[in-house]
Design a binder for this molecule. Structure first.
Ligand code: ASP
Length: 365
């Protein structure tokens, strides 16, 4: 069919159908009635790709696997929400992970501002922090907000004061590498300001033009129907100071409910907040959709509602978002708006070990 003959909504529907057909032919996917589902083998986790990097291309990176640690913790009896946070800590502590915690790329003024959320699907409780500076493990502060306050979301200076009262130590989160990239970004902003590029500084980092997405989302299922999750990030690189993304917004970057499932998202936060992405995915699963279908529906809503200035010439959104989900029965799945060959996979860990799997793409490459 010629896409020119389709209006945008039809085109997206056609693309979605193509994606589902492609998904059905992958070895990991089996059909249940008219649904597509993959099932966790015992306690398991799904997460953004960086939560499982067993063979990191950067030799300085640790051979970490946050999903493996999260599953080990659930096997030892920890709740899904606590297990997700322990997994997230591995990446928050890694100076070479540029989207979270230590080494996260900073805002426009060179200051690292972190967002994080946690949700316990059993107790239906959540905690979150936004624009938190100088604390390496914002996910741990989010869990403290959940367990030790009557509040849900704390931001900025108040969140930092709260964290310090609990004994969290302040740390300079800029590393030599992230400072260098920020300085390069600032020097390339304009030829009319007074900042010059460092002639000794080597090639311009690709992160200057295309900030890497490095948010970590981990959703956990304990094999007995309990779910929980964590999303942690330094947010969009070079953001305006004070900007808060979707990661600490319960219902957007994270939502967990034992009666339906758990879900989270990474990618352009503003677009996700507008469709309440994680909540949308969980509600779709509650209504009977498989995790793949539910995640794809969230991606489709972003594409359907995206404002014109954010669209490519072909009408598709000029942005990307990934969704991750586990149902209350342990089925799991994920979607991405634009297929990112080699880059869009998500992490899974269960009794079969840790691995990467392909999300369903709304717009295949
Ligand atoms: N969702 C994050 C934000 O908008 C960014 C990301 O996932 O990389 O802050």
């Amino acid at each position: 069919m010629n896409n020119k003959n389709l209006d945008r909504r039809q085109f997206i529907g056609a693309a979605a159908a193509t994606s589902l057909a492609a998904c059905a032919s992958t070895p990991h996917v089996f059909a249940i009635g008219n649904k597509f589902a993959r099932k966790l083998d015992g306690p398991g986790a799904v997460a953004s790709h960086n939560a499982h990097n067993p063979t990191p291309s950067n030799p300085k990176q640790k051979g970490y696997s946050a999903v493996t640690v999260a599953v080990e913790r659930m096997r030892a009896g920890d709740k899904p929400v606590d297990s997700a946070v322990v997994g997230a800590h591995l990446l928050e502590d890694d100076p070479y992970e540029t989207g979270v915690g230590l080494g996260g790329l900073p805002n426009a003024e060179g200051i690292v501002e972190l967002d994080a959320s946690v949700m316990d699907g059993t107790e239906h409780r959540a905690g979150a922090v936004g624009a938190l500076q100088n604390i390496q493990n914002p996910a741990a502060v989010a869990i403290a907000v959940m367990r030790r306050t009557n509040h849900l979301l704390m931001v900025g200076a108040g969140a930092l004061k709260f964290a310090k009262e609990l004994g969290f130590k302040e740390t300079d989160l800029l590393t030599p590498e992230s400072r260098k990239v920020w300085l390069q970004w600032r020097a390339t902003l304009s030829t009319k300001d007074n900042y010059l590029e460092d002639e000794e500084g080597g090639p311009i980092s690709p992160a200057v033009k295309m900030p890497p997405l490095g948010t970590v989302h981990i959703s956990c299922w304990d094999g007995k129907g309990r779910v929980g999750g964590c999303t942690t990030t330094s947010g969009l690189a070079w953001k305006i100071p004070g900007r808060v993304g979707d990661s600490p917004i319960i219902g957007a970057g994270l939502f967990s409910d034992d009666n339906a499932g758990t879900a989270g998202s990474t990618g352009r936060g503003e677009s996700n907040i507008l469709i309440a992405g994680a909540h949308t995915v969980v509600e779709m699963m509650r209504a009977g959709k498989s995790p793949d279908e539910a995640c794809l529906e969230a991606a489709k809503r972003v594409a359907d509602t995206c404002e014109p200035r954010l669209r490519r010439k072909d009408g598709t959104p000029d942005l990307n978002l990934s969704f991750y989900a586990i149902s209350k029965d342990g089925e799991y799945g994920g979607s991405i708006i634009h297929d990112a060959p080699g880059g869009g996979d998500y992490a899974v860990c269960d009794g079969k070990g840790a691995r990467h799997e392909k999300p369903v793409a709304l717009f295949p490459a």
